[in-house]
Design a protein around this ligand. Sequence first.
Ligand code: RIB
Length: 313
Amino acid sequence: MDIAVIGSNMVDLITYIDRMPKEGETLEAPSFELGCGGKGANQAVAAAKLGSKVMMVTKVGDDLFGSNTIQNLQKYGINTEFTSKVPGIPSGVAPIFVDPESKNRILIVKGANQNLLPMDINNATARLKECSLIVLQLEIPLPTIYRAIDFGNEHNIPIILNPAPASRELDFDYICKCDFFMPNETELEILTGMPVDTEEHIRDAAAFLIGKGVKNVIVTMGNRGVLWATKDNVHRVEAHSVDAIDTTGAGDAFIGCFSHYYVKDKDILSAIKMATGFAGLSVTKRGTQISYPSKDELIQFVKEKESSLFKGC
Ligand code: RIB
């Protein structure tokens, strides 16, 4: 097994809107789509689509959504040995609103994801020990995240922590035990309490985390690209220019793709560049998992972008 994603799954209820309704107003929206989402499942699907062997430790609800989520993970070849239904509890859902500028607003109702407990990690240890990377987000209980981090440290398995959605309760000591900390700008602002309006601010906030002992801080900044900070260096990778129609799940696309290439080649900068391309392509289509490109599409896109850069020199 290459990658273990220990995290969430949701059913995405995506409404494409012209604008948000005002209080007391009923407003017609142009369209709606139902899809499989959840930050954990999105990251698992992204890595699996690129060819990684992925297992997912997650909890689904005791409803039609739950069965559909399991089938969906299996469709992408993801190991669901440690994906189970919680009796009497509904699946997690995410009402999402996407505006004409492709920006999203997301609500999450965690449902069965709240029932993913430290004990579920203990039950999966034999299989988890085979993995080369553990990927975590914050849509499951914090004690489960902490157990996963301890497990990774005990077995020398690198850990990516995506602090999404941001929680001020997240223990800094645990952040420092992870190999990669991957927030977006909003999460970085909430977690450090520092401004992130300019790139200088973002560098300062990342430096603050590095000063606390975090090894790699990789900040995803949407169409401004990615900033990767370590104690020795700061790298910037520019985003590709694309016609964005829906940015939902782009951060998850980045993390899933990064995970795939990091496990494959152990080259962080090159994994960031591939993940930037993968996330860039994902925003050109609607939805979350269904917007993720194939490996061939990604390679073609990255080649085209590289050759156009070369022509511009
Ligand atoms: O990051 C996007 C995801 O956030 C959506 O798929 C939604 O389910 C929420 O978890």
